[in-house]
Design a protein around this ligand. Structure first.
Ligand code: WTA
Length: 422
């Protein structure tokens, strides 16, 4: 009671003197809170699944050990998950994970480019951060802005930010193109950090695939091996048969009662296994395009396009085609430092088409390439291919729920670009 009166009193003071109430409230709380022992299977929180995996489902989450083992956290470390706190990656890796281990955590507000383009690197240097976990969209954005925004003291780069405290860099949320991975490794990690490409879903409740820092030789673009207790399998999309050894299929985890593959939980992601047994995530299965019988992953075509020196980001979609069943359409944004005029656009488009033909093969060549200012994304940075798919299919007036689009004006720009090119 006494405490509450004091707070009431302080509220008046705050009113009178304009002093923050927060400072008074903290005086009433002990600096240390005795931890409660929990079973790892006790409920931790409930969350509805994200729009990226379809109809929302309510999922009860328990506790896993991923911060400790995936990020190799030790006493004294300073962990930073730089994603939106409203996304499951945000609250899990900003709050529950690090705080359960008693690790210092960072709550980052704003975006990677506000108030300055060096916002991430200032934060890393100021706090001496050891861990940095972000999404490919942020990594590609910073790559797009050029090398000069990550700087290594004493190196030939322009500005003096020290990133040498960083030990482990994480990526999550979408397949990371090898090009973006290499940039992250070279300019942020100085080729000295472990990079963990962590694949998981709100539904899986824990990281499913990841390299383990220092213990696994990483491959740019591969999420690689199962985390403890996870049993990922590849299943042939049409027959539902297990894919053993090398090959491609849809990614599932065993031991549940789900449909459409009895005995497996279906992630909705396509994946491939290489000769070392490492798994590569290819993207959402509805992002697979079938051109004249060739099954092409959008992620693969996007990675081929991004190899072009001027390309910042790409989104590839499939659209119905009388001749080939489906045709490839590519949306591309260019790096700001790559200058070209509108008269160069046609030859630039040609270069991009040739790029895909060379890297993958003639059947993967985009039928159309649209050079745009930006791509529609969710607030957690996932590219919303469904919007571009509908616009190209002439259903731009039936885009459905757009409440998760981060920047709605981008949708209109895409509509205009597609209309112009018809
Ligand atoms: C995608 C919670 C490739 C995937 C993290 C998945 C990824 C969906 C990766 C889940 C990754 C997540 N590589 N794709 N490392 N991590 N995804 O629940 O399509 O918002 O099914 O993410 O994100 O979305 P959610």
């Amino acid at each position: 009671m006494q405490g509450r009166e004091r707070v009431e009193e302080s509220r008046c003071e705050e009113w009178r003197y304009g002093v923050g109430l927060f400072a008074y409230e903290t005086e009433n709380v002990a600096g240390y809170c005795v931890p409660e022992s929990m079973s790892s299977e006790d409920p931790l929180f409930i969350l509805y699944t994200s729009g990226s995996t379809g109809k929302p489902k309510e999922v009860v989450h328990t506790t896993a050990l991923t911060v400790k083992y995936v990020f190799d956290v030790h006493p004294g470390d300073k962990f930073a998950c730089m994603t939106d706190i409203g996304w499951i990656t945000g609250h899990t890796y900003i709050i529950y994970g690090p705080l359960t281990l008693g690790t210092t955590t960072t709550v980052f507000e704003s975006t990677p480019v506000y108030p300055s383009l060096a916002r991430y690197w200032e934060t890393v240097e100021k706090h001496g951060l050891t861990h940095f976990y972000s999404a490919p969209t942020a990594i590609r954005l910073l790559r797009r802005l050029g090398k000069s925004f990550v700087f290594i003291r004493g190196h030939h780069h322009l500005q003096p930010f020290t990133l040498s405290t960083l030990r482990v860099l994480g990526s999550v949320g979408e397949p990371i193109n090898p090009e973006a991975w290499e940039w992250y490794n070279e300019y942020v990690g100085r080729k000295e950090c472990s990079i963990v490409d962590t694949f998981w879903q709100t539904e899986t409740g824990s990281i499913v695939l990841t390299p383990f820092p220092g213990a696994i030789e990483t491959k740019p673009g591969a999420a690689q091996v199962p985390f403890f207790g996870q049993a990922p399998v590849l299943v042939e999309a049409t027959t539902g048969k297990l894919v053993e050894g090398t090959g491609e299929g849809v990614l599932c985890t065993s031991n549940t009662y789900m449909k459409p593959y009895p005995g497996y939980f279906y992630t909705g992601d396509g994946a491939a296994r290489d000769e070392d047994g490492d798994i590569w995530i290819k993207g959402r299965v509805d992002d697979v395009i079938n051109v004249s019988g060739h099954r092409l992953s959008t992620a693969e075509i996007e990675s081929a396009l991004i190899l072009h020196k001027g390309v910042a980001e790409t989104a590839v979609i499939g659209t119905a085609d009388d001749l080939t069943g489906q045709a490839v359409h590519a949306f591309v944004t260019m790096k700001p430092e790559f200058s070209y005029s509108s008269s160069d656009e046609a030859s630039l488009v040609k270069e991009l088409v040739i790029q895909v033909r060379k890297v993958i093969g003639p059947f993967a060549a985009p039928k159309k390439v649209y050079i745009v200012g930006d791509l529609p994304k969710t607030r957690s940075g996932k590219i919303m291919r469904r919007i571009m798919r509908k616009i190209v299919a002439g259903e731009g007036d039936q885009l459905g729920d757009l409440s998760t689009v981060a920047e709605p004006s981008v949708v209109d720009q895409i509509k205009q670009k597609v209309a112009e090119s018809q």
